[in-house]
Design a protein around this ligand. Structure first.
Ligand SMILES: [Zn+2]
Length: 190
């Protein structure tokens, strides 16, 4: 006996999904070409991995110290076009003045509110992880570490039963031998 549906309801918003992904990819490329390559010399940064919504790169010093000196003012004037702004609309010029004069920026409560609000604004970047190294083996498969912290992404492998650390990533990088993982809890369709 064969069963088949008499009616198939195709209501997935494919066009919407396609547009979101393409817009995200365009934004990632724009960050590389219009931001990184514009404000920094090529020899002060190196990309390691990029995904639809994140990029990992190494810099020769802190990001702010790598800015091309003649572009520092422009960098901070346009800061909120690229990053979640740590300032509200009233205090933007204070932030810019503070930064170009190499002073620490302290957020007022209004600026903190703006920062938390814009964390949810699509297209703005924020630091996901900052450390001293990253081993990126494959798409969506990397381990970054440093400052007593680490972050692992292992596409397709359950994290809570496969604890991969720096040594596993490093041994695969150097030996080219794969490491195997275990996934559990697949259910038969009944
Ligand atoms: Zn403010």
């Amino acid at each position: 006996m064969q069963l088949s549906k008499s009616k198939i309801n195709l209501n997935t918003p494919i066009v919407l999904g396609f547009t979101i992904l393409q817009t995200a990819k365009l934004r990632m490329l724009s960050f590389y070409f219009d931001f990184m390559k514009y404000y920094f010399h090529d020899d002060s940064f190196a990309y390691v991995a990029m995904d639809t919504d994140s990029a990992y790169f190494a810099t020769s010093d802190t990001l702010e110290k790598c800015i091309i000196p003649t572009k520092r003012l422009e960098f901070y004037m346009n800061y909120d076009k690229w990053f979640v702004p740590p300032f509200c609309s009233k205090h933007k010029s204070d932030f810019v003045q503070c930064k170009i004069n190499d002073r620490n920026w302290n957020m007022d409560i209004c600026c903190k509110d703006a920062f938390h609000f814009h964390k949810r604004t699509p297209g703005l970047y924020k630091v996901e992880f900052q450390g001293t190294g990253i081993i990126a083996l494959n798409a969506k498969t990397y381990h970054c570490f440093g400052n007593g912290n680490s972050k692992t992404s292992c596409k397709g492998v359950m994290k809570h039963i496969n604890d991969y650390q720096k040594q596993e990533f490093m041994s695969t990088l150097l030996s080219k031998h794969p490491i195997y993982g275990v996934n559990r809890h697949y259910y038969d369709e009944k």
